[in-house]
Write a protein that binds this ligand. Sequence first.
Ligand code: FE2
Length: 302
Amino acid sequence: MTYPVQGVRSIELDVSDPARAAAFFTQISNLTQVEARGGSFYFRGTGAYHHILALHQAAAGTGVRRVVFDVANRDTLAALHARIKPLSGVTEAPHDLESPGGGYGFGFTDREGRNYAAVCSVADHADTADGRDRPRKITHVNINSADAEKTKGFLIEALGFRLIDASGPLTFFHCGNTDHNSIVLAAGTKSTLNHVAFEMPDLDSVMRGAGRMRDAGYPIEWGVGRHSAGNNVFAYFAGPEELPLEYTAEVAQIDESYIPHGPEYWRFPPGRMDQWGVTAPHTPRWKRIQEMHFFTKDAYPI
Ligand SMILES: [Fe+2]
């Protein structure tokens, strides 16, 4: 199976105080700022992507401006555009990008009005060595959906994802890389951001990163534990402006021989919330913040 999307390249967030949030992501989350432009800030991990996070001045509240998908080349991008257009609310024509790192791509919306972009030919980095407790990339974005069947259909039919597992209210979507999942959909009552997961190079880095967060006044809201589907280690935090953030590592690496399973297979015994059986239930704060941040409705052009 070939996938038009290679992975989540970046997420762009609207925040009330971009400079303050930028200080958090560089000084506490160990990302590296690569550009500041027009009041927006752009950050890379240790992976190749030019930037994995953008912070913009919010016009109306903290939320997600868009999720940006990586595509291999212009031919694949053109085919993806043709596939998305009849299924999307709004789809731009592919064009050269003025945003940091440049490239070629287009913005589009899904059937619940979230903004995305698909891009290729971005000026990525050659230095990709891991750093101790420095995030590599965004492993996955977890999206709450008030109409999960509609959004599942969009992810599969328009974006070419493979539904790889289902666990409780979650469905996991795999694309053209070896990570078990790149998008997770949480069926619920609001179409909001559940969380964004930053991939650490190893378990020790998750723990060190969690300690640094705790020292800075950002305690663990859920974890540290190991998930069932995806097998990844997790620790969840309320970041600046209560953005729901995850540090993760050791996500399952899969290929086309992977056999998906359903909620019964992944269910934990009563009283357990992770494979190790060590984490307490998530805090009330985590429950609140994993539903509260909406996707911006008015910013589709990229
Ligand atoms: Fe996650």
